[in-house]
Design a protein around this ligand. Structure first.
Ligand code: ATP
Ligand code: MG
Length: 329
């Protein structure tokens, strides 16, 4: 079976972009592959100014609960918290040593995040090497992610290839799997900027969070930036309208032509109202499951403990190969 690995940062609340860009597809294909889904809490430390220890600890559990509430079955998917498996940090160091600085400085996410925040920690620069470690530790074939991560998965391959040249073959080379629709959901307040957890923290109306109530969702969608026209064909729509159409399409899984037919000749008000309904239909049952899962914290911890144990078995075997190849240990 294909080994699938992916993860999300507990850096804030999950939003609709995370859902339609990644999580929805993890759930839809969980029977086809051998799946490992990680809560990458070490990555959340890359913006240390936004970290509160208690909150990070809680957010990691909440994120795990959202994985389950979205439909990931803990029996069929290995779910764990990154920092519970020390091999991630160990391999990240070794991969950092094999990664040319220029490769990291070229990453567009680094450049944009370094601009967004007042100070830039070294962790933000070297984060893709930790991400490479996450993926390579599990002999991953496929990494289902949103469009923004394409460059990092390419880099993961490049780092693995360079490591192989330096030390010999150890890793499997993974490929990114990116959905055709919804791979890059834009901010509702600014359709030129990717919807992001870390931006949503300070910008109300930027994102729809998976745990938002109906009123908040309606407000965010109804006040989403559009334009003064009536164009609802994908190819001609302005970025804000195209964003709403894409979210609608990703959630309903209708073909583009059907979505266009639904909204042909109607104003943006109709599109927005329909989108509020579709979003709420998706999120209402998800939220109900989330609250049930969070009410059984011991059950959730048990899933994560078991996940970490199984993850450690795989990761430690890979790490042994790395130690043998490099001479450390
Ligand atoms: P942060 O701002 O902290 O980086 P984020 O919203 O980018 O948060 P991540 O945890 O970095 O979320 O990414 C989790 C997954 O969600 C990745 O697969 C990423 O590609 C995907 N993703 C993130 N934002 C979007 C988006 N706007 N549209 C589609 N997919 C997205
Ligand atoms: Mg991100």
């Amino acid at each position: 079976k294909t080994r699938v690995f992916s993860g999300m940062q507990p850096s804030g609340e999950l939003h609709l972009g995370n859902y339609v860009g990644a999580l929805q597809h993890w759930v839809a294909r969980q029977d086809e592959s051998d799946n490992i889904f990680c809560i990458v809490d070490l990555h959340a430390l890359t913006i240390p100014e936004q970290i509160d220890a208690r909150a990070l600890h809680d957010n990691a559990r909440k994120l795990a609960a959202l994985y389950l509430a979205s439909g990931l079955d803990p029996e069929r998917n290995l779910i764990f918290i990154q920092s519970h498996v020390r091999e991630h940090s160990e391999l990240a160091w070794i991969l950092n040593c094999a990664t040319p600085l220029g490769w990291l400085q070229r990453m567009t996410q680094f450049k944009s995040k370094a601009q967004q925040f007042e100070s830039t920690g070294t962790g933000l620069l070297i984060y893709p090497a930790l991400q490479a470690a996450d993926i390579l530790l599990y002999d991953t074939d496929a990494v289902p992610v949103g469009e923004d991560q394409r460059q990092h998965i390419e880099l993961t391959r490049d780092i693995a290839i360079r490591f192989h040249r330096l030390f010999g073959e150890v890793f499997k080379l993974p490929v990114a799997v990116i959905p055709e629709v919804g791979a890059r959901v834009m901010g509702l307040d600014d359709p030129e900027t990717k919807m992001s957890k870390s931006l949503a923290v300070t910008r109300p109306g930027h994102a729809i969070n998976l745990l938002d109530d109906e009123k908040t969702i309606r407000k965010a969608i109804m006040s989403a930036v559009t334009d003064s026209g009536r164009e609802t064909r994908f190819a001609h729509a302005s970025p804000g309208v195209r964003n709403l159409l894409s979210i609608y399409q990703a959630l309903t899984r209708e073909p583009m032509s059907a979505v266009e037919a639904t909204f042909a000749g109607q104003g943006y008000g109709a599109l927005k109202k329909a989108l509020v309904e579709v979003v709420w239909e998706t999120l209402r049952p998800l939220q109900a499951r989330y609250h049930e899962i969070m009410a059984d914290r011991a059950g959730l911890e048990a899933v994560l403990t078991r996940g970490a144990e199984r993850a450690r078995e795989i990761a430690s075997a890979t790490m042994q190969r790395v130690r043998d190849a490099t001479g450390v240990g």
